[in-house]
Design a protein around this ligand. Structure first.
Ligand code: NAD
Length: 531
């Protein structure tokens, strides 16, 4: 049995000197290991050398270059006791390689594959000693991203898994052990980030730019989904989705979407082809407009009264109104925070949805002055459903309350007969709370509730299937793809009951099995209700 205790106890062989292989070799050199980097293509070896040389020079670690051997001689791999394969994502190619590695590098050498989407079990099957084959899924750029998914194939033995995890730690990475299922944790749980964004654009709810902006400024993600697909390569991203769809025999959550397929058909693959969802003739800037200043602007505080009805679906909004100088007071009744209108006031109502919303809206409509704007949270109801029951929907605006508290934007939806005056009043009000108003078309789950609740749902499916512990899944998403929060912790913060309500609403409105709630998520939501 092999045990890795120090960097020098590892003699690393890396097969494939492309993006990932050169990055993994560099990571190992930075960790003071000896590395043999093998490729069949001499040009790729040269390119890898200049990349590694430049990086080490920048870090003043050029002396570590002496530990690197670049080679196209297969025999040189025989001296390694730990091999990581990073050749193109092609099962036949990898199987051929592992059967040859198995013959040339006998046990106890550990053989690892960096595959993103192929079954490690199928790759291991080509070896005579499959128990020493393991998945080690690094993230791009390998020297920077801290996560390594250590994948246990059906044949992998515990000693191999432990050795791979120990090696990952010696490489300075955080290993997370995961079962061999399509997409492992990160690529699997991240699918809705792209899939739901593509559908939102395809359904005409908002443009790529608007969706990206809402995701960045409202959700705190470093990049919007379209920006990120352009960076990854739209073809690479589609191939991952397609592979997961095929390996799961058509799971609807992974079904590819025509919009992405058409991009690939046009060879608009993202940054690498100069055109993807964005144009890269000149370096595009993804600068967002500044956040508006908090406050009532020209209007003196006290002139406007805000009514907040049942704000439980819009946490943080009452405080934001108070900070902006609106008059606000608790009134009797279920969840009301309200102040009677003064004759010169502009009445604004923010209805956080709870049971009996439609009745509440009807009674508010009767009580409010005719010019009062009605803003209604609509993450789990379409605005049309509410407008259809109102006498005067021309003053009704929907908004995403769920992502209001932490966001720099507020997503707004106009009722079909909204007046210009009401539209302007809604924009002014949202801006006075220090949020950028962004309009989208009416849709179940709007933008962030749909994307984030589907991320949480996918994470809950994975946890329910025993792929990894919930905390591990959350950690993997933060370390592997830089998510601002782990999807499951995020769901608990939003309220599991609300997350399930958003998903049930999506399922009911869109009628697709894709939106069915993960059994574990529903169980957790019921537990939350009991508390
Ligand atoms: P790449 O195309 O940049 O590099 C592949 C390298 O393998 C090339 O240098 C090629 O010459 C070499 N090669 C081809 N056949 C070979 C053979 N028979 N023997 C030795 N070398 C051979 O690919 P990449 O992006 O580095 O991806 C490699 C693997 O890593 C894939 O399985 C991919 O799914 C996975 N991966 C990629 C990323 C990413 O973001 N690029 C992230 C994680 C995992």
């Amino acid at each position: 049995m092999i045990q890795f205790t120090t960097p020098l106890s590892i003699r690393l062989g890396v097969v494939g000197a492309g993006t990932m292989g050169s990055g993994i070799a560099l990571t190992a050199l930075l960790a003071d290991m000896y590395v043999t980097l093998y490729d069949v293509n001499l040009q790729m070896l040269e390119r890898a050398w200049s990349y590694i040389d430049r990086y080490l020079a920048r870090k003043s670690r050029s002396s570590n270059l002496s530990r690197l051997k670049l080679t196209s001689e297969w025999e040189d791999l025989g001296k390694a006791n730990f091999i990581i394969e990073a050749v193109p994502e092609d099962l036949a190619l990898k199987q051929d390689l592992f059967s040859r590695l198995d013959a040339s590098c006998p046990p106890p050498t550990i053989l690892a594959t960096n595959t993103s989407t192929l079954a490690v079990t199928a790759i291991a099957a080509s070896a005579q000693h499959p128990e020493r084959v393991v998945g080690m899924h690094f993230f791009n750029p390998a020297p920077v991203m801290p996560l390594v998914e250590v994948v246990r194939a059906a044949q992998t033995d515990t000693a191999t898994l432990q050795a791979a995890s120990a090696a990952a730690k010696l490489l300075g990475k955080t290993p997370i052990e995961v079962r061999d299922i399509p997409g492992f944790i990160v690529n699997r749980v991240a699918r809705p980030f792209y899939g739901e964004a593509l559908r939102l654009a395809g359904e005409g709810i908002a443009s790529y730019e608007i969706i990206d902006r809402i995701v960045r400024l409202g959700g705190g993600f470093k990049m919007g989904p379209f920006q990120l697909m352009d960076l990854i390569g739209i073809d690479v991203n589609l191939a991952a989705t397609q592979s997961m769809y095929e390996q799961t025999y058509g799971e609807p959550r992974y079904r590819p979407y025509y919009l992405q397929v058409q991009m690939v058909q046009q060879k608009a693959l993202g940054r690498k082809t100069g055109r993807g969802f964005y144009l890269y003739d000149a370096e595009p800037t993804f600068d967002d407009p500044p956040r508006p200043p908090v406050g009532l602007g020209a209007k003196a505080a006290g002139e406007q009264a805000v009514y907040i009805a049942g704000g439980d679906w819009a946490p943080g909004i009452a405080q934001a109104c108070q900070q902006a100088g609106y008059l606000l007071a608790a009134a009797p009744g279920r969840g009301y925070l309200a102040l009677a209108p003064t004759p010169d006031s502009v009445g604004l109502v923010i209805a956080g949805i709870s049971e009996g919303l439609k009745e509440k809206l009807a009674s508010l409509e009767r009580q409010l002055p005719a010019e009062a704007l009605i803003l209604c949270q609509c993450a789990d109801v379409t605005l049309m459903e509410l407008a259809a029951d109102m006498k005067a929907p021309e003053r009704l605006v929907g908004f995403d309350g769920l992502f209001f508290a932490d966001g720099q934007v507020a997503t707004l939806v106009a009722s079909p007969t909204l007046t210009d005056r009401a539209r302007q009043a809604a924009e002014n009000f949202i801006a006075s709370l220090g949020r950028l108003p962004i309009w989208v078309n009416d849709a179940p789950g709007l933008v962030l509730p749909r994307i984030v609740c589907m991320l949480a749902n996918e994470a809950a499916f994975a946890a329910g299937e025993g792929i990894a512990e919930p905390d591990e899944i959350d950690r993997a998403m933060q370390l592997g793809v830089n998510y601002p929060k782990g999807p499951l912790a995020w769901a608990r913060e939003l309220g599991l009951v609300r997350v399930v309500a958003v998903l049930d609403h999506l399922h009911a409105e869109l009628g697709e099995e894709r939106y069915r709630v993960a059994p574990l998520l529903r169980r957790w939501a019921r537990l939350e209700r009991m508390k």
